[in-house]
Design a protein around this ligand. Sequence first.
Ligand SMILES: Nc1nc2c(c(=O)[nH]1)N[C@H]1C(S)=C(S)[C@@H](COP(=O)(O)O)O[C@H]1N2
Ligand SMILES: [Mo]
Length: 398
Amino acid sequence: MTIPARLPRFRGTLHDPRTATVAGRLLGIAVLLCFLTGLISHYLQEPPALFSGHLPTRPVSGYRVTQGLHIVSGIAAVPLLLVKLWTVYPQLFQWPPVRSVAHALERLSIAVLVAGTLLELFIGLLNTVQWYPWPFGFRQVHWALAWVITGSLLIHLGVKAPTIAQYWRRRARPLPVPGGAAGAAGADDTNRTAPDGSDVDADADRRALVWGLAAAVGAVTLVTAGQSVTPLKDLALLSPRDPDAGPQGLPVNRTAHAAGISRAAVRNWRLYVGGPRPYELTLRQLRAMPQHSVELPIACVEGWSKSAHWEGVRIRDLLARAGVEDGARLRIVSLETRGGYGVTEMDSAYTRDGLTLLALRLNGQVLSPDHGYPARVIAPDRPGVLQTKWVTRLEVLA
Ligand SMILES: Nc1nc2c(c(=O)[nH]1)N[C@H]1C(S)=C(S)[C@@H](COP(=O)(O)O)O[C@H]1N2
Ligand SMILES: [Mo]
């Protein structure tokens, strides 16, 4: 079949399988890290019944680290993906476009993989700047896309396995031609021609590409990672959050005003605690209970995190007073009635833990309204989104 003259021709040295393999490997590392840390984040926010009572509470900064890595690897994947796509985009113009049913399915799986990955990184990136310009629930779509990508990636890796194996090592060796001498001669690599016919100068170009890529990944990481990695915070020129900005030295995602917390609701505030002997407390009574201090981070799913000093009453003590002895799964209800974070659930692993507080003070002061006055949850190794503010009820779940 003749190739139509209108199709472009590509003479660049780097649109070859070796470069695609090198770029794919680096992208694969970022994607794998992002996927695993994403799984952790998902299961901490929506624990399956199997994990009930066993969610990890140590190390206390575990989620700070895994979610920081999630955002860092996701951002690093952007330049890696762009380079990977650039190395292989001449494939778009292959002729004939479809050779067989299997070939059509393979191309379709790559289309799904590319579109899914671009969309996943794009909505993730928008989420880190707290912009949700779409009508769907971010987390559900981000989660579903992760599996679409995983499936199409496994197909892609399966189809390309022979190519990947052949070009995995630096000096690519041609596959032996059955019954021919050419393969054996090429395997010694005595001539300076790679199996795809390209010159070994491609090696030098490839090195330059990888260094450029490393510089790009390093740069985007350095200017954003400071939102969770404190020593890098002065370099965080492009990170959406300054972890130091905000009342009492801590950022605020949703202010009391935005959450619709009225003065009247705060004035008439009582804490209800459920259990065999349910009771209510005023703020004064709550302050009269034994107070404890903990040093725990807020680690937001969007990537920023910050450690802080909290003081308040152990949730364990509040439950014991209601006759609940060994921790319990809780429904935590906020004064905030709209939005998705007004009601959250807390696994018994946290409620048993002496570090889990109903906090009344932050960094030496009474909680500011935006940080959840009169009382908020703070628990170890827990996603920020579940550290509920303006708490008014602790209900024991069966
Ligand atoms: N009631 C309520 N609690 C909430 C939120 C909210 O919107 N409403 N936001 C959560 C999110 S996403 C984070 S990261 C932390 C932020 O806590 P901070 O504002 O005290 O820094 O609070 C969490 N608690
Ligand atoms: Mo958050």
